[in-house]
Design a protein. Structure first.
Length: 140
């Protein structure tokens, strides 16, 4: 198995409800290591660029506005098969469909305000990590 890195975002609905520590506990208990982390306020331009792949989707404007509504915590998680592992512990996009014990089943408010983002492939993880972090900010 390969050690990987993935990009995680604790979204505004979760930072607002003071859930950063509880969500980090789920990640750490699953074997993922937080090797970089910062709390930032996304601008419209940043959130729009980050979610550019969804530009044509009907929920794009609402998604961008929800991602800028309060600070987010951006993180690099490292571990064995980190991309897939993280997706598993996040749970399905729609919290109604998320497995019990996953972050979204535990904490998400709705399909949009679903508490966390995680890269969906190793290739996207590299791009998304570089979007927020310099290599010197990642400390395994
Ligand atoms: P993911 O975050 O589970 O990878 P994506 O399909 O990549 O899911 O969608 C990105 C984000 O867009 C979701 O996490 C969620 O916040 C939002 N989103 C996805 N589908 C919908 C929808 O049908 N309505 C509203 N927001 C959505």
């Amino acid at each position: 198995m390969a050690t990987e890195r993935t990009l995680s975002i604790i979204k505004p609905d979760a930072t607002r409800r003071n859930l950063t520590g509880k969500i980090n506990t789920v990640f750490e208990d699953s074997g993922l290591r937080i090797v970089a982390q910062k709390r930032i306020q996304l601008s419209d331009a940043q959130a729009g660029a980050f979610y550019a792949v969804h530009k044509e989707r009907p929920f794009y404007a609402s998604l961008v506005s929800s991602m800028t509504a309060a600070p987010v915590v951006v993180q690099v998680l490292e571990g064995e098969n980190a991309v897939l592992r993280h997706r598993e512990v996040m749970g399905a996009t729609d919290p109604k469909k998320a497995d019990a014990g996953t972050v979204r089943a535990l904490y998400a408010e709705s399909i949009e305000a679903n508490s966390v983002h995680g890269s969906d492939s190793l290739e996207n993880a590299k791009t998304e990590i570089a979007f927020f972090f310099a290599e010197t900010e990642i400390l395994p």
